[in-house]
Design a protein. Sequence first.
Length: 115
Amino acid sequence: MNSTFVPPYSAIGATDKSGKLIAVFVFNNFTQNDIEVSVAADRIPRELLKATYRYVVEQLGCHRASYRTRADNLPAQKCLERLGAKKEGVQRRYFGDCDSFMYGILKEEFPYAHA
């Protein structure tokens, strides 16, 4: 992801059957109502989406999650859109060599809220 995260932060990820890392979510900038999530993913398994919901809503008590991904990471953007996240903005040159796209999803919009 080529980013620096300021503690405290946490991360969860998923691997494929061969052990290759296919998705990682880094949680940072917790503000009681929101948590910022940086995403790098080829695909996001359903179990990771469920774990994300449990962490963001049930454990942290957030009302929303804000996701950041590279503008050139189309697989991550498609995954976020399938999750139900809405594109909320662009941060120009956030990654130095690339813009960042910001997405947001509200607690009640998570598709695995009751899974």
